[in-house]
Ligand binder design. Structure first.
Ligand code: C2E
Ligand code: MG
Ligand code: MG
Length: 690
């Protein structure tokens, strides 16, 4: 309810004069006054109009005030709407009866008009508090349930252990049976017992904080239980430990899965780019020692693979990818294969020299020339490939991979099957140099602009935010994608200037929306170099100050890898920004570099779930598990989650069921100019109804 809506007051009173007086007086103070002549009429009006407060006489014809009060309470159970009863001053019995019927307070007749408005205001405030407390309690209870959280206390002197009621479900055992630490131990897995006992004893004798995990035999199987506790509560009850207990089985399992998925491709079972990069490093180290032979890193891209997907269906497309993986693996004896993109594979091969390595690579690709059989249909694939060799082309895993990928792109654009690194460089370099030259002038020539992509809150179906995305309109090339030019801006250091322009412009736009009465939270992307620029803090504060926008309307998006480059610096900077009210989002969040728990050390408001997980959410159980793990964690911490790249209603349904709070993607809207977004705000209806 906004502050400007008028409060509704219902007066139930048989004396017309009193009603008129109440109405006259309170209307002037901004209340909307509804009137009823007797209890029965009052109950009907209450149900229809949901007033914020009720003022009611006790003695009335048809239905008296006590009965009406009871019925209103029954209708109102969840809300706690204040009901003030008008009673005679001496009538103690009536006052008691009124409270029994559920009245909030009473006002004695004759009415003291000067005090009446005060009493009403207090009652309204009290009602609001009751509602808030109740809501908080509900929220807390559900947070506890979601987080599977309970409480315990332990007294070292007599070993007594007490639990909150709700732990029965969490432990899968009746807490009465575990009334001492001694009684707890038999339920703890044998391997863990000694450690648990030791840690409790140590905490009991010294003044240590307890934080331990144990495997616990609950009904229906073993679970992983975490117990955290401290001596006393705020310096009192120092003879006891008080703490929380949590069932962390699901998140530990999700983490194990996350760890596996962090290094593997689910579809083919091959390693992914990270694992591959580690393998290259391992082999390079070996080669450095022996100083013999070469290492070839190859990049393979299947040509127009999406056409197979379109023709055969996605399931068949998946089968085809598995067969490709299988065939490559069989061919790459002594080598290694990884899946490094949707239809991209990487190869690691050893040979005596470059020529031999290239020959083997070509032979491996020949294997893909034979037809594949999917669903009783013969299918042919073609591919293009690039190769880079140690020691000639590079000596670092990522460098070799990038060179191989560049070479592959070159092969594609030249219509060749394999290109070796080095053959290419001239052409690519000129291209990058051209772009860099053009970018240097782009800011002065006003070639940049921002578009905004809407973000919808799933609970209310409203657009609550927008991400600012940079666009470059090149005079000849047309619109160039940020994926292409941002890395170049980073490399040549221009990102600081362009980034400052983005911040300035996005703040100005956010302020415009505020002034237009449609405030939106605006997301601004920060790239690595920008983030490590010592002037960033001032740039943000100055730009937002100049525009006049509320800091809370600005959300800074950083990526996980960026935050991890120098976590201490990141945490410190983010804390300072957050103190001023800016919001912080972690972008493209997924199974990146760090575990979820590590990230929790960061001061965050929002997690943006990478579109890679959303993409296959309807089919992939693993992706759902990860998203669920992320949202469960976010819920416990009170963080907003935004799922990126939602294109279809079905993805939205899944995402909503998994507990995500907001979505962003083509389903709601593509990135668009601010005027268009403003029009959309006026006409927006949640896709798919509800
Ligand atoms: P991001 O921050 O993850 O932005 C989301 C990207 O996903 C945007 O691409 C957006 O157009 C795209 N997208 C949104 N919904 C959908 C969907 O439903 N399906 C699909 N397939 N894609 C969707 P865009 O605009 O090309 O930006 C790419 C990346 O460039 C951004 O990724 C961000 O990392 C970077 N970027 C964009 N603007 C800026 C900027 O001003 N500063 C910095 N440092 N980076 C920027
Ligand atoms: Mg972003
Ligand atoms: Mg993103």
């Amino acid at each position: 309810m906004s502050a400007t809506t008028r409060r509704k007051l219902l007066i139930i009173e048989d004396m017309q004069a009193t009603r008129m007086l109440v109405k006259g007086m309170l209307s002037k103070q901004g209340y909307e006054v509804l009137q009823a002549e007797n209890g029965a009429e009052g109950v009907v009006l209450f149900e229809r109009e949901h007033p914020d407060i009720v003022l009611m006489d006790v003695m009335m014809p048809v239905m008296d005030g006590f009965e009406a009060c009871r019925r209103i309470r029954a209708l109102d159970r969840a809300e706690g709407t204040p009901i003030l009863m008008l009673t005679g001053a001496e009538d103690i019995e009536a006052i008691e009866q009124a409270f029994e019927a559920g009245a909030t307070d009473f006002i004695t007749k004759p009415i003291n008009w000067a005090l009446l408005t005060q009493r009403i205001r207090y009652a309204l405030r009290g009602g609001q508090l009751v509602r808030e407390v109740r809501q908080n309690r509900l929220r807390q209870a559900s947070a506890q349930r979601i987080a599977q959280l309970g409480f315990w206390s332990w007294k070292p002197s007599d070993d007594s252990l007490e639990w909150s009621e709700d732990v029965a479900e969490l432990l899968g055992q009746a807490p009465e049976r575990i009334a001492t630490l001694e009684a707890l131990l038999p339920y703890v897995r044998a391997d863990d017992r000694e450690r648990v006992q030791r840690e409790f004893r140590a905490a009991g004798t010294a003044d240590l904080r307890l934080d331990l995990e144990l495997r616990f035999a609950g009904s229906g199987g073993e679970r992983i239980i975490r117990m955290i506790g401290e001596r006393g509560v705020e310096g009192r009850d120092l003879d006891r430990f008080f703490g929380a207990v949590q069932n962390v089985t699901d998140s530990r399992r999700a983490e194990a899965l996350v760890d596996y998925l962090a290094l593997h491709d689910e579809l083919t079972g091959l390693g992914n780019r990270r694992l591959f990069s580690q393998s290259i490093r391992r082999d390079l180290e070996r080669l450095h020692l022996t100083n013999q032979g070469v290492l070839l890193v190859g990049w393979i891209d299947l040509s127009r693979f999406h056409r197979h997907n379109d023709m055969l269906g996605e399931a068949a497309g998946d089968t085809l990818l598995r067969q490709v993986a299988q065939r490559l693996r069989l061919q790459a004896v002594n080598g290694e294969i990884a899946r490094v993109g949707g239809d991209e594979f990487a190869v690691l091969l050893h040979a005596d020299d470059n020529a031999a390595a290239l020959h083997r690579f070509g032979h491996l690709l020949d294997g893909l020339d034979h037809p594949f059989r999917v669903h009783d249909q013969e299918t042919f694939l073609t591919c293009t490939a690039g190769a880079a060799c140690f020691p000639d082309h590079g000596s670092d895993p990522e460098q070799l991979l990038t060179l191989a990928q560049e070479a592959q792109r070159q092969a594609r654009s030249q219509g060749r099957r394999i290109v070796q690194s080095g053959e290419i460089t001239a052409a690519v370099r000129t291209n990058t140099l051209d772009l860099e030259r053009a970018l240097r002038k782009a800011l002065d020539k006003d070639e940049f602009h921002l578009v905004y992509q809407p973000q919808m809150d799933l609970r209310h179906g409203r657009i609550v935010g927008a991400e600012a995305l940079l666009r470059w309109q090149h005079p000849e090339r047309g619109l160039v994608s940020p994926v292409e030019f941002i890395p170049i801006l980073e490399e040549c250091g221009l990102i600081t200037a362009v980034g400052a322009w983005v911040i300035e412009e996005a703040c100005r736009q956010a302020r415009q929306w505020e002034l237009a009465g449609t405030p939106l939270r605006v997301g601004i992307n920060l790239s690595a170099r920008q983030f490590h620029d010592p002037a960033l803090f001032d740039t943000i504060v100055t730009a937002s100050g100049r525009s006049g926008v509320a800091a809370g309307s600005i959300e800074l998006e950083i990526t996980e890898s960026l935050a991890m480059q120098n976590p201490e610096h990141a945490i410190e900077l983010l804390k300072r920004l957050r103190k001023l009210g800016y919001k912080i989002a972690i972008d493209d969040f997924g199974i990146g570099y760090s575990s979820l728990e590590y990230l929790l050390r960061f001061p965050l408001d929002t997690i943006k779930i990478d579109r890679a997980f959303v993409h296959r959410i309807t089919e992939s159980q693993a992706d759902r598990t990860i998203v669920r793990a992320i949202t469960a964690m976010a819920q416990t911490l009170g963080l907003t989650t935004i799922a990126e790249g939602i294109e279809h209603l079905r993805q939205c349904d899944f995402i909503e069921a998994l507990g995500v709070t907001e979505i962003q993607g083509y389903l709601i809207g593509r990135p668009m100019p601010p005027a268009e977004l403003h029009r959309l705000l006026g006409t927006f209806a949640r896709p798919g109804g509800s």
